[in-house]
Design a protein around this ligand. Structure first.
Ligand SMILES: [Fe+2]
Length: 331
């Protein structure tokens, strides 16, 4: 009965178009992917409870995350809980209007971490070889906007690095701290991507209830990004030398540097809509080529999370993304 009321409400506010359904299906897909990543993080570094069951925690990884902020395990847990709710809601809504929900069960084939705390189940995503996009750190401190063809370099080069411990590692070691730091920058990278994605797709929705869903879940992504942006700035200096290594700088070195200082986490006003208009503090980018579904699909792929995934999965994802970007507001 609840679902029937939902569908009625949606229909009463205008026809739900095929474009609307394509947007919601892509967002369900993106949320399933997000959830798979967050679940892996939570099993090892989050609070362990019945609200987000599955793992049993990894002390060395949790300790390393807590170096950034003692509340990190709570935030990891709650971000995971939020993503699970986004998947359940989007698929529940799709079902309620007679549309096909998204299910990737058959593609959960990637291995779990062998570290203490991880469930041994098939995963959708691979967190062992991450290329973390850290350009958002510079982007949100800049008055430039990628929607005006401005390209930002990386803040920290994190290439082919694990975001979770693949095996048990010594507590307090540089290796585990570098993994926790990588995770922290990855958390923000995921959620800033979600912030741009939802803003971009909102512009293509026709039905008001669908628009309400997109802007309301999108707001939660922005909320997550803001928290992780702040926490990433607490990552301690640590260097893993050699090829395949990584260097996290001493954040104190950037004090007084507007483009990098760690507490400048409020979005710097930037170019928006048109050159010549006053700069504005906004989510950036939001145009389809820079922030839409296909952009998100490519960002996911470039980050290494689909390493080992089947071509069938990549094809299905790509097709869902194309359909979402093709949606047009019909008013
Ligand atoms: Fe989400």
């Amino acid at each position: 009965m609840g679902a029937g009321v939902l569908a009625q409400t949606a229909r009463a506010s205008g026809d739900i178009t095929n474009g609307d359904i394509a947007i919601l299906r892509w967002l369900a897909a993106a949320e399933i992917i997000e959830t798979d990543m967050w679940q892996q993080y939570n099993e090892l570094g989050g609070i362990q409870d019945s609200e987000v069951p599955g793992g049993s925690g990894n002390e060395a990884f949790t300790d390393a995350l807590e170096v950034l902020d003692e509340d990190m395990p709570v935030y990891v847990h709650d971000n995971t809980d939020d993503e699970i709710s986004h998947v359940a809601f989007l698929n529940g809504f799709l079902t309620s209007i007679g549309a096909q929900p998204v299910n990737f069960s058959q593609f959960r084939t990637l291995p779990s971490s062998q570290a203490t705390g991880a469930q041994q189940i098939g995963r959708l995503t691979n967190l062992m070889h991450l290329n973390v996009d850290t350009s958002w750190w510079l982007r949100y401190r800049s008055s430039h906007n990628p929607d005006f063809n401005f390209v930002f370099p990386q803040f920290i080069n994190i290439s082919n690095r694990p975001g979770i411990p693949p095996v048990d590692l010594p507590s307090g070691s540089d290796e585990i701290q570098a993994i926790a730091n990588t995770a922290a920058f990855h958390f923000a990278a995921i959620e800033q991507g979600g912030s741009s994605l939802y803003s971009s797709l909102a512009l293509k929705a026709t039905n008001l209830t669908v628009l309400r869903i997109i802007v309301s879940i999108g707001g939660a992504e922005v909320n997550h990004f803001a928290i992780w942006h702040d926490k990433a700035g607490n990552a301690p200096a640590v260097t893993i030398p050699g090829s395949g290594g990584v260097r996290f700088p001493d954040m104190e070195d950037f004090n007084g540097n507007q483009t990098k200082q760690n507490n400048l986490i409020m979005p710097e006003p930037c170019a928006f809509i048109e050159n010549g208009l006053p700069v504005c503090s906004v989510i950036r980018p939001t145009l389809t080529p820079n922030a839409g579904a296909h952009h998100a699909f490519h960002a996911f792929s470039a980050s290494g999370i689909f390493l080992g995934q089947s071509q069938a999965f990549i094809n299905e994802l790509s097709s869902l993304a194309s359909n979402a970007d093709a949606a047009q507001r019909q008013l």
